[in-house]
Ligand binder design. Structure first.
Ligand code: GLV
Ligand code: MN
Ligand code: MN
Length: 431
């Protein structure tokens, strides 16, 4: 167990740093697209304000900022003269949020990294460092996640540029409106031989570390996820005159399916399945719904278990639609396989935590992260911070000051374990 007094006695300056990080999380949370609560979506005016704030903090930490073609904010910290091969280490997380979000999902990882760099006090290491504030991880605006990291990792599909948001604005138009050139999307790509590795710090977003009384955790794997958009299409009608037995109600069909999704999730070990969004047409009290578009989010540590759950749920939807004499179709479908984190980096992160006598158990991440995409580019590791109450994707999200101090110290120590005085990397992980 981590003794709090120990933490206070051992890490007074890291505690000050942690205070600064948490103050900045508060400040960043003021950059919101909505007046009530925190909502900051891809390429929105609030994201522009957030960039302005983070750019200031990057400059204070001696990071030189720029925004790439996909709207990622990147701060560069140059290497010392021993870095003949121009390699760089990456830190990062995302700056976008879900609607009515907490203040820490994504933002905390970016601000922790900036603080770690500021503690280098301008002293260069034998490799360059970049802190990336990814532009889009949540998939809120265009219903497709990881746009920023996909561009950097070289897995961005340019067909996505024609996707429309809820207001009919295409991704290409949104990029242009943000001052970017969408046709240059390929320039955001990094070459894997120039990257040493990537570390993302993030709140756990669940209750496990709290249950284990552990301030930090080390991610072994990021679970796979499937995201779909499906449509039930029936027939609109007058709510007062249309007999119940003649209705082709798309909303009641969707509702039956929503319950089936919950029930399969509850009955299958390791599976979580969620319908988090319904778009009902015409969405009017005195009209039988003619159309309902539903989202589906399915996750499982085992990819084939996840895929078979998706197939089962689609078959159930189709049965419900047939029985109710309405149509069912899949509008969009994407999936991300489970991704293991790099074994050697995990060990180095564990060694950094052990060196500070911090209990940091290994765990699987049920949430998706940019690290899952960056793993296609370079070796990746993730450090989790305990999430008091386990709440996330909601305003109740919290983090403990002492845990933030420990995360900073662990990240700093991990970074230095990659750069001894000699300028050689220790146990260079497949670098
Ligand atoms: C990202 O936050 C996700 O796991 O949906
Ligand atoms: Mn999130
Ligand atoms: Mn996140």
């Amino acid at each position: 167990m981590q003794c709090k007094m120990d933490v206070l006695n051992r890490h007074p300056s890291w505690r000050q740093s942690a205070n600064r990080v948490l103050e900045r999380c508060e400040q960043l949370a003021q950059c919101s697209d909505s007046r009530i609560g925190l909502t900051r979506t891809f390429l929105s005016p609030a994201m522009d304000e957030a960039h302005e704030m983070v750019v200031g903090w990057m400059r204070e930490a001696a990071l030189t900022p720029h925004v790439d073609e996909m709207g990622n904010l990147i701060g560069h910290y140059p290497a010392n003269e021993t870095n003949a091969n121009g390699k760089k280490w990456l830190f990062g997380s995302h700056l976008d949020t879900v609607p009515n979000a907490g203040k820490y999902d994504g933002a905390l990882g970016v601000l922790l990294a900036i603080e770690v760099i500021s503690q280098l006090q301008g002293q260069p290491l034998p490799f360059a460092i970049e802190v990336i504030g990814f532009s889009e991880e949540e998939g809120v605006r265009f219903r497709t996640p990881y746009l920023g990291s996909r561009a950097i990792a070289g897995t961005f599909d340019p067909n996505l540029l024609s996707l429309l948001d809820h207001n009919g604005v295409s991704m290409a138009q949104a990029l242009r409106h943000f001052g970017l050139a969408p046709e240059g999307w390929e320039h955001a790509r990094y070459q894997s031989d120039s990257i040493l590795g990537y570390l993302e710090a993030h709140i756990e977003q669940g209750p496990l570390l709290e249950t284990l009384d552990a301030p930090l955790g080390i991610v072994t794997d990021i679970v796979g996820q499937s995201r779909l958009q499906v449509r039930f299409k029936g027939q609109s009608g007058h709510a007062g005159t249309q007999p119940m037995n003649l209705r082709r109600d798309a909303l009641t069909a969707a509702s039956e399916w929503v319950l089936a999704v919950e029930s399969l999730g509850g009955a299958t070990e390791g599976l979580v399945a969620t319908v988090g969004s319904l778009d009902v047409g015409p969405n009017t009290p005195n009209v039988v719904a003619g159309e309902t578009v539903c989202s589906l989010d399915v996750r499982h540590p085992n990819d084939s278990a996840r895929e078979s759950a998706v197939e089962k749920l689609l078959a159930t939807a189709s049965d419900i639609a047939t029985r109710r004499n309405i149509n069912f179709e899949i509008l969009a479908r994407s999936s991300q396989k489970a991704v293991p984190m790099d074994t050697q980096l995990r060990e180095q992160l564990q060694a950094a935590c052990d060196g500070l006598s911090v209990n940091a158990p290994e765990m699987v991440s049920g949430a998706g992260h940019d690290a899952a995409i960056m793993a296609m580019l370079c070796p990746c590791a993730m450090l989790f911070l305990r999430t008091p109450g386990g709440a996330s994707h909601c305003p109740e999200e919290a983090v403990d000051l002492d845990d933030v101090a420990l995360a900073l110290e662990a990240m700093h120590s991990f970074l230095l374990s990659l750069s001894p005085e000699t300028g050689e990397l220790i146990e260079s992980p497949t670098f």
